[in-house]
Ligand binder design. Structure first.
Ligand SMILES: [Zn+2]
Length: 310
């Protein structure tokens, strides 16, 4: 394969880092994963990551020259311009570290770092449920609530290139206090963590147990109703601020209970008078378990929206 048809995708999460060799059609040819364990120090993890990249290239039988680059999606905050990671809570020991330069020097490839939610959205835009849609909003309902906004396939960036934190759209002004500085955030109701915490006093083990009991247990039903309502209100806000052509719902909860959330959103926006709600599509993410690495590789296929180094 020629150099513009293949890429390496790296998805760095708090516990696990996945690495894959991905072709220009979004197909994974080889993959591996390693424990992130960032507390071991950046140098050790960086070397291990480089080794994993060599490993998947070998397994895919690709040479470095056959790759157009390395894309990295990382649990944010990250600085895409400087290639640095700023997440002392999820990735302790790596704060402020530049992950782009050492990989670029080691492989002589273009390396691009983005927030993992942005990477997943670029992946869905190029290869999945977001194809051709603009503006595109990708919402991930998982352990937390995250999201990304793409305009013509390009990542929307705020001031200083910052990533919008959709999970902190407030849906209930007198709701529970959030660490972000206000109350009643979407994430406080609809994340796996929030659903699990709400279910705990009623003896539910985790968010999965709450969903499973919702058809027959009033407490579980009420927790899920709140999660759905919060998502509907947040989607309402997103529709009125961004007016997306398509909203892609991803993440374990968003995909696992897609019809529940999408149905409620569609019903609510059908009442909208300020935009053509029939033009807004609510669809399920399509890249599944490989979304992280495919999205990361998609970054390498896409030209960056700004220089990678200052
Ligand atoms: Zn918040």
């Amino acid at each position: 394969m020629s150099g513009n048809e293949t890429a390496i995708g790296v998805d760095i999460g708090g516990t696990k880092t996945a690495v894959a060799a991905v072709d220009g059609a979004g197909r994974v040819h080889a993959r591996t994963s390693l424990e992130t364990r960032s507390e071991r120090g950046f140098a050790t993890c960086r070397d291990e990551l480089a080794q994993s990249i060599r490993g998947v290239l070998k397994e895919a039988k690709w040479t470095v020259d056959a790759c157009c680059g390395i894309g990295i999606g990382c649990a944010g905050p990250v600085n895409p311009t400087r290639g640095t990671i700023h997440n002392p809570y999820t990735l302790p020991g790596w704060d402020g570290e530049d992950i782009v330069t050492p990989l670029r020097d080691a492989f002589h490839l273009a390396v691009r770092l983005e927030n993992d939610a942005d990477a997943a959205a670029v992946g869905e835009f190029q290869f999945g449920a977001g194809r051709g849609a603009s503006p595109l909003v990708m919402v991930t309902l998982g352990t937390g609530v995250g999201g990304a906004v793409l305009v013509s396939g390009r990542i929307y960036r705020g001031v200083q290139g910052e990533h919008p934190e959709l999970g902190h759209v407030s849906v209930q002004p007198d709701g529970p206090e959030c660490y972000c500085g206000t109350r009643g955030c979407w994430e406080s109701f609809a994340s796996g963590t929030a659903i699990e915490a709400a279910g705990e006093p009623f003896g539910f083990r985790d968010s999965r147990a709450v969903f499973a009991a919702a058809a027959k247990d009033a407490n579980a039903a009420s927790i899920i109703r709140r999660a759905v309502h919060a998502t509907v209100m947040a989607a309402w806000t997103l529709c009125h601020t961004i007016l997306p052509q398509r909203i892609v719902l991803g993440g374990g909860i968003g995909e696992g209970h897609f019809e529940v959330f999408a149905g409620a959103i569609r019903q609510q926006i059908s009442r909208a008078t300020q935009f053509a709600s029939e033009r807004v599509e609510i669809v399920k993410a399509r890249l599944g378990n490989d979304a992280g690495v495919i999205g990361a590789a998609a970054l390498a296929f896409q030209r960056p929206t700004r220089p990678e180094t200052p």
